[in-house]
Design a protein around this ligand. Structure first.
Ligand SMILES: *[C@@H]1O[C@H](CO)[C@@H](O)[C@H](O)[C@H]1NC(C)=O
Ligand SMILES: *[C@@H]1O[C@H](CO)[C@@H](O)[C@H](O)[C@H]1NC(C)=O
Ligand SMILES: *[C@@H]1O[C@H](CO)[C@@H](O)[C@H](O)[C@H]1NC(C)=O
Ligand SMILES: *[C@@H]1O[C@H](CO)[C@@H](O)[C@H](O)[C@H]1NC(C)=O
Ligand SMILES: *[C@@H]1O[C@H](CO)[C@@H](O)[C@H](O)[C@H]1NC(C)=O
Ligand SMILES: *[C@@H]1O[C@H](CO)[C@@H](O)[C@H](O)[C@H]1NC(C)=O
Ligand SMILES: *[C@@H]1O[C@H](CO)[C@@H](O)[C@H](O)[C@H]1NC(C)=O
Length: 497
């Protein structure tokens, strides 16, 4: 009997596997949420008041989850800090935290709300997933008491973790991820002790989950999830402040999904006054849908169809040797007029593009970048530069970068090259950018005026050239090959001092 049931089950599973063959797709959703913050300054509130605020945010998230489900989405990702914001100290966030068990416990909080003490947020998230029959991904705070038997136990006797939680369409708790790469301002959370490689199988492929700075800071867990655990889709709740010219949200997410060749569901907070906006659904061959809105205060639901197994798709991009072209060509005539300019505190070597068309090579330490370009028209009121950077970034996180970029300078003074700029008027007929990278982790970025992406307007050749397909549809802000040389990173902050 048991055997029989088992084999029926196995056949049933085989059926699913056959059904989800190469070309099968699913509908995914992300919600950019205009979170209601706890206040302008940290304030200690009662657990009741904390829950009141969280329920206000959950009411808004519920509307999005319901709408997404009605429109056929099988999963929805909501943003990091989307339930209570980020204005906290270690003490003032405490009333917002819940003890979140290990998902192995096999728990549907909606059905057994009392099983782990007071867990109203987990209960509500589980009920939303169950009621609307959709996978729900959210970010909340976990607390774990500890004592002197643990030498690392914080002096207040508890760990506090920035945590992603996932519920399946029955409301069952299926995944918990503690953030490994905290951003500098997140002093009210503890680092997870080790990177957690949280991944799980679903009817729409293998999913992996991490959050925000995990995408920039370290090799673990993000790169291993994609390369060792072979996830098909990354779930990415985030609260990402746009940092032009190279690290605005949709620009970097899109580039990361292309460089890592994986699906990515990125849900950001919506707070234009803090420069926080930019969410999307990204596939290995480019963005499916994205949103960037500095004008309104409204949240935004995005839906798109994705391949369940992008690696099996005929449009899956081939692997790239990022240094092949650049190492094989002669340097273009060396540019003597190089100067230093800073991007997000990193000193790049730049050369100004002085003609309407040309070929340049600029080098910084071991990295040489080659650019060929043709502008539609060389304007008097805007200048562009090509830059190279090879070094350890040390502000707000330490990570080793190798970057080649073509970008618009903020003014016609070369001293402004690398500064933030969000508008341009210069159009390009063509460009080709490449570099002598020492890493295989290179993320290709193309950003147009007003922080717009350029799906279908460029491609990456297998020899590492990032080239335009045709005349670019809008004026260009920046093009970059954003390389991360993980082997040269500093140790994780947990293992220093
Ligand atoms: C779920 O549905 C039940 C029954 O319709 C309802 O009582 C409950 O309030 C719903 N919960 C949520 C979170 O929507
Ligand atoms: C200290 O923590 C450990 C592990 O959590 C627990 O087993 C133990 O009972 C605690 N001891 C005290 C005195 O609370
Ligand atoms: C990329 O090409 C370079 C130059 O031909 C070669 O040395 C290197 O081994 C290649 N890298 C990979 C990962 O194939
Ligand atoms: C970058 O350049 C500026 C000005 O030339 C200099 O003050 C600063 O120390 C440099 N930063 C680094 C990290 O080298
Ligand atoms: C740039 O180099 C290409 C080939 O290497 C050449 O055909 C082209 O004329 C050059 N463009 C300029 C403006 O020098
Ligand atoms: C860039 O230029 C604009 C206006 O031209 C100016 O307001 C802004 O402060 C500049 N940004 C930086 C970082 O200098
Ligand atoms: C980095 O790449 C350059 C160009 O391919 C090469 O000359 C250099 O030896 C490499 N450096 C290291 C440390 O691998």
């Amino acid at each position: 009997m048991v055997t029989f049931q088992f084999s029926t089950y196995a056949l049933f599973l085989t059926g699913i596997v056959l059904q989800t063959s190469a070309l099968d797709t699913y509908i995914a959703a992300v919600y950019e949420h205009a979170v209601i913050l706890s206040g302008d300054t940290p304030e200690l509130v009662t657990p009741e008041d904390a829950l009141k605020l969280m329920n206000k945010n959950l009411d808004i998230l519920e509307e999005a989850i319901k709408t997404a489900a009605e429109q056929g989405a099988q999963i929805i990702v909501t943003p990091e800090d989307g339930i209570y914001g980020w204005v906290f100290t270690r003490d003032t966030i405490y009333p917002y935290l819940e003890d979140i068990p290990n998902p192995q416990v096999n728990w549907i909080p909606c059905i057994e709300p009392e099983r782990y003490g007071s867990t109203p947020v987990q209960e509500r998230l589980s009920c939303m997933a169950r009621n609307y029959s959709i996978f729900v991904v959210a970010n909340m705070g976990d607390k774990k008491t500890c004592n002197s038997s643990d030498p690392q136990c914080p002096s207040d006797g508890r760990y506090q973790y920035n945590t992603n939680v996932v519920y399946d369409s029955d409301g069952k708790f299926v995944a918990r991820y503690h953030k490994y790469n905290l951003f500098a301002s997140e002093v009210y959370f503890n680092y997870a002790k080790d990177p957690q490689f949280v991944n799980f199988d679903t009817p729409f492929g293998k999913l992996g989950v991490f959050t925000c700075a995990d995408m920039l800071n370290f090799h673990e867990p993000a790169v291993s999830l994609v390369e060792k655990f072979n996830v098909d889709t990354v779930l990415f709740p985030t609260a990402w402040m746009n940092t032009l010219p190279l690290l605005s949200a949709v620009q970097y997410y899109s580039a990361w999904a292309m460089g890592m060749r994986v699906n990515l569901l990125a849900a950001n907070i919506h707070k234009p006054q803090f420069d926080i906006t930019g969410s999307g659904i990204f596939a290995p061959d480019g963005p499916k849908v994205y949103h960037f809105d500095m004008e309104t205060q409204n949240g935004k639901l995005l839906l798109a169809q994705l391949d369940i197994h992008p690696r099996l798709s005929p449009t899956y991009p081939p692997p790239v040797n990022w240094s092949l072209y650049a190492s094989s060509v002669k340097h273009f005539v060396p540019e003597t007029q190089v100067f230093t300019g800073s991007i997000y505190f990193d000193n790049f070597t730049f050369a100004e593009l002085s003609q309407q068309a040309g070929n340049y090579t600029v080098c910084h330490k071991g990295l040489c970048c080659h650019l060929s370009y043709k502008m539609t028209e060389k304007r008097e009121d805007e200048i562009y530069a090509v830059g190279a950077f090879d070094g350890l970034h040390v502000i707000e996180g330490e990570y080793y970068l190798q970057i080649c970029t073509l970008l618009k300078c903020n003014s016609t003074d070369v001293k402004s090259c690398g500064q933030r700029v969000d508008m341009a008027h210069t159009r390009f007929d063509s460009f080709s950018l490449s570099g002598t990278f020492n890493t295989s982790y290179v993320f290709p970025e193309v950003l147009l005026t007003e922080t717009q992406l350029a799906p279908g307007e460029f491609k990456v050749l297998t020899d590492g050239r990032l080239i335009s397909n045709k005349k670019i549809s809008k004026p260009l802000l920046s093009v970059a090959l954003f390389g991360r040389w993980y082997e040269k990173d500093s140790p994780h902050p947990l293992y220093t001092s």
